[in-house]
Design a protein around this ligand. Structure first.
Ligand SMILES: Cc1cc2ncn([C@H]3O[C@H](COP(=O)(O)O)[C@@H](O)[C@H]3O)c2cc1C
Ligand SMILES: O=C(O)c1cccnc1
Length: 334
């Protein structure tokens, strides 16, 4: 999949694959024949049907789970919005590569193959308080790198991000896309105090004054960053290959929410792994009408909440595929 222009993105909702209603119906029929009262596995049943309708089979399996973490650096750090220095982005990329980060452990625990894609870390995007963060060409390049990283042989894709300062980027995007009250979207990120949070709000207000009122993809270019654009590219490439996606916390979901603002159908194949403790995430989940799989008071990023939720998804499919039917087990029905 290659993106040539930002103005073509919204219309992809008309041409990309849609849910397979027949596979979903067949999976539901199986589910209702399994040795349990109908619906008694709650959201595990919803997840199995979600996998069925995107994989196009009544017995979906996860043979290969791919996890992708995109990393980028941000000019907005010049506004003092980040407690940690920008150098931490590259240092954490090295940590991912050496297996020392939380995401490495959560991928191993839940059976995902992790790749990290560092996007021009030595060349941060522009400070959006003084001009657009990215040109259209830079945005498209990052989207294409995100799309190219997707393994079309995967059965599920976990997405995450690393980029010091990007909790401000996420709140800027959600303010511009959903409602222009930055104070409703900003939070501590890695640990900003009240003064730091005030600096975030001021920076976002300046960004909205300069770049507000544009369409969703132009907003991504003006206020977003490379890892946000790469997440959008990966979400779309996954859709083209009918690969369901697990989004992570506030920052990852805010990136993908750009696509929702372009056309809500573009996120039909995405679930949200966890509800982050970053306060804007709850509000964002309501705005895009999605319910997180788990709520574990995590606020890390890196794809950590999505990787944790992969374990739940695997459990859902073990039940769906492995349980006996009433007939097979000789159990009496109601
Ligand atoms: C050691 C470390 C590991 C991380 N892993 C993810 N993040 C998370 O924190 C950053 C966003 O927060 P802020 O906007 O406050 O900079 C992102 O890089 C995000 O992935 C980390 C942050 C740190 C410091
Ligand atoms: O929810 C997130 O994605 C998040 C929250 C704080 C810091 N980094 C990421």
């Amino acid at each position: 999949m290659r993106f040539e222009s930002l103005s073509q993105i919204a219309a992809l909702a008309n041409t990309l694959p849609a849910r397979d209603a027949a596979a979903r119906a067949a999976a539901l029929a199986r589910q209702n024949s399994l040795t349990k009262p109908p619906g008694s596995l709650g959201r595990l049943e919803d997840l199995a049907l979600f996998m069925a309708e995107w994989r196009g089979t009544d017995r979906p399996v996860i043979t290969k789970a791919q996890a992708l973490v995109f990393a980028g650096n941000h000019g907005i750090c010049a506004q003092g919005v980040n407690p940690y220095p920008q150098a931490v982005t590259a240092q954490m990329v090295a940590n991912f590569e050496h297996g020392g980060a939380a995401i490495n452990q959560l991928c191993r625990a839940n059976g995902a193959d992790l790749s990290v894609v560092a996007l021009d870390l030595d060349n941060p995007t522009a400070d959006f308080t003084t001009g657009p963060a990215m040109t259209e060409a830079e945005t498209l390049d990052a989207m294409n790198r995100g799309a190219a990283a997707v393994d079309s042989g995967a059965d599920v894709l976990i997405l995450g991000e690393m980029g010091i300062g990007n909790s401000t980027i996420a709140a800027a995007l959600t303010s511009a896309l959903f409602d222009a009250t930055p104070a409703d979207w900003v939070g501590p990120g890695t640990g900003s105090d009240a003064e730091g949070i005030r600096r975030k709000i001021v920076a976002i207000e300046k960004g909205l004054a300069l770049h507000g009122g544009q369409n969703a993809m132009a907003t991504l270019a003006a206020l977003g960053g490379r890892e946000q654009a790469a997440i959008c590219g990966a979400v779309l490439a996954a859709r083209a290959a009918r690969i369901p996606v697990i989004l992570d916390g506030f920052i990852c979901t805010a990136a993908a929410a750009t696509l929702h603002a372009a056309d809500p159908r573009l996120l039909d194949h995405c679930v949200v792994g966890h509800a982050s403790a970053e306060p804007g995430h709850r509000r964002l989940l309501a705005a895009i009408d999605k319910k997180a799989i788990v709520e574990f008071d995590m606020r890390l990023g890196e794809g950590s909440g999505a990787a944790l939720a992969l374990g739940i998804l695997r459990a859902a499919l073990e039940c769906h595929n492995g349980m006996a039917t009433f007939g097979e087990a000789g159990v009496s029905e109601a």
